[in-house]
Write a protein that binds this ligand. Structure first.
Ligand code: FPP
Length: 250
């Protein structure tokens, strides 16, 4: 049986993160209201997990709601939270059937109770699955995650007998262990749809060495073939992590 802990096939990214941008513009282009774009986007989000699984991707994270998205019109925020509370229980049987382990990245404590409970239920009922990890990023912000990591690090330093020495010896690996994502695989491929070429506070720490892929498509138009093309593009790249080409090709 495949496991999210097993090695990924060569050329296939182990963890793909997606900024699902363009729902609003898609709706506008169809003469529909923004919520219709989010609904269609949520349906593509459901399908992309299956597409990723077919390609052999072990972890997929989807940016569903950023820390900055609270600043959208109240009606849209409410609609997104309502969509989450409705979609998750509906998708749960499919996730269980396909061995999807549902996880969350971000602080879900400020979410409306119904949405929060749906998230907690999906996490609890899929925690033993191992075919693929679906990480839904909710009330997530990369900067906020790093600040929380600094706060965690300060607490850890205070607990050390020689805190000055511990601080001097702090490595990026130790610091990553203080982040919300500490037990999640690093992001290999970061995809953004919607034509904008920016990261928008997504996976800031892992973005250091993630491969970036930007698509002009609006998220609701993104298909299985488009994911395949993005993965093929990734497979053709040389990840050097600061080394020379000769070193990594040996
Ligand atoms: C960005 O498009 C999209 C979002 C802020 C939300 C993404 C949400 C989904 C795909 C639905 C699934 C998520 C939940 C919470 C059920 P945009 O609205 O910024 O599009 P625009 O740039 O064209 O306006």
């Amino acid at each position: 049986m495949s496991s999210s802990k097993q090695a990924t096939k060569p050329g296939i990214p182990n963890h793909v993160g997606i900024v699902m941008d363009g729902n609003g513009r898609w709706a506008k282009s169809q003469g529909k209201v923004r919520l219709e774009g989010h609904k269609k986007g949520a349906d593509v989000a459901r399908q992309v997990v299956r597409w990723a699984q077919k390609l052999g991707i072990r972890h997929i994270s989807l940016y569903a709601f950023s820390t900055e998205n609270w600043d959208r019109p109240k009606l849209e925020v409410r609609a997104l939270m309502g969509l989450l509370a409705m979609m998750l229980p509906k998708t749960l049987p499919e996730m269980k059937e396909n061995g999807v382990r549902f996880r969350v990245l971000g602080d879900i404590s400020p979410l409306p109770a119904k949405a929060r409970k749906a998230v907690e239920q999906a996490c609890a009922e899929t925690c033993d699955n191992s075919a693929i990890d679906l990480i839904l990023c909710l009330n997530y912000g990369g900067q906020q995650e790093i600040v929380a990591g600094v706060q965690q690090t300060v607490k850890w330093l205070e607990s050390q007998s020689d805190s000055e020495k511990a601080l001097a010896e702090l490595t990026p690996e130790t610091f990553r262990s203080m982040l919300w994502r500490h037990d999640m695989a690093p992001v290999d491929l970061l995809i953004r749809t919607g034509g904008e070429c920016r990261i928008s506070n997504f996976h800031l720490w892992d973005a250091a060495y993630a491969e970036l892929y930007f698509s002009d498509l609006f998220w609701p138009d993104f298909t299985e073939n488009d994911l395949q093309i993005a993965v093929e593009d990734y497979a053709a790249r040389e990840r050097r992590f600061g080394k020379t080409s000769e070193q990594v090709c040996r």
